[in-house]
Write a protein that binds this ligand. Structure first.
Ligand SMILES: Nc1ncnc2c1ncn2[C@@H]1O[C@H](COP(=O)(O)OP(=O)(O)OP(=O)(O)O)[C@@H](O)[C@H]1O
Length: 185
């Protein structure tokens, strides 16, 4: 059984870029936790495979019972990741990677998941601004929001909350460290 890996870092630090490379290089190594939702199943969606479907009452009870690592509401529906769904991946022999924010990291630390924590940092906040602008996905408002959140994430990383911090300056160098950490154990 491998320990789950919790990946975090400011938006734009390069987490998705490195995860994409990793999954291309190792297509069969990783498993994904099944999310829970109160949204109705779409045609062809299978309970327990695409999502764990729940009623609003069930979902709210699970929130009360602390079953979630993180949950949120989008367009009137609840979505969340349970501790149990992460355990299920680890028990299946696959490695589970959670890409979550600082609140999620703190929540995982309160569970018995025995996770390893990896933080991806940009070389500087200025480079983060350039990358997010270059990605072309942000409005001036959402850019500022992400940069503010990034500052909070970086301050949290400075407290030593993570097992490893990787600075994504030269992508190939950062990816080599990323891979080494994730495949260790
Ligand atoms: N080492 C690097 N040097 C230059 N540009 C990079 C580097 N790593 C990633 N980028 C670019 O920076 C942008 C942000 O990267 P990416 O989307 O992977 O960030 P992210 O951390 O996954 O953000 P989010 O959490 O918002 O999904 C992308 O356009 C990506 O191509």
């Amino acid at each position: 059984m491998s320990r789950p890996i919790v990946l975090s870092g400011p938006s734009g630090a390069g987490k998705s870029t490195m995860l994409k490379k990793l999954f291309e290089e190792f297509p069969d190594t990783f498993g994904f936790s099944v999310s829970s939702t109160t949204r109705k199943p779409r045609e062809g969606e299978v309970n327990g495979v695409d999502y764990n479907f729940a009623t609003v009452e069930e979902f709210q009870q699970m929130i009360k019972d602390d079953k979630f690592i993180e949950w949120a509401q989008f367009s009137g529906n609840y979505y969340g990741t349970t501790v149990a769904s992460v355990k299920q991946v680890s028990d299946s022999g696959k490695r589970c990677i959670l890409d979550i924010d600082m609140q999620g990291v703190k929540a995982v630390k309160k569970t018995d998941l025995n996770a390893r924590f990896l933080f991806v940092a940009p070389p500087s906040v200025e480079s983060l601004r350039e990358r997010l602008t270059g990605r072309g996905t942000e409005t001036p408002e959402s850019l500022q929001k992400r940069l503010d959140a990034a500052t909070a994430e970086m301050e949290y990383a400075e407290t030593g909350a993570h097992d490893k911090v990787i600075v994504n300056d030269v992508l190939e160098d950062a990816y080599a460290q990323f891979k080494e950490f994730i495949l260790a154990e």
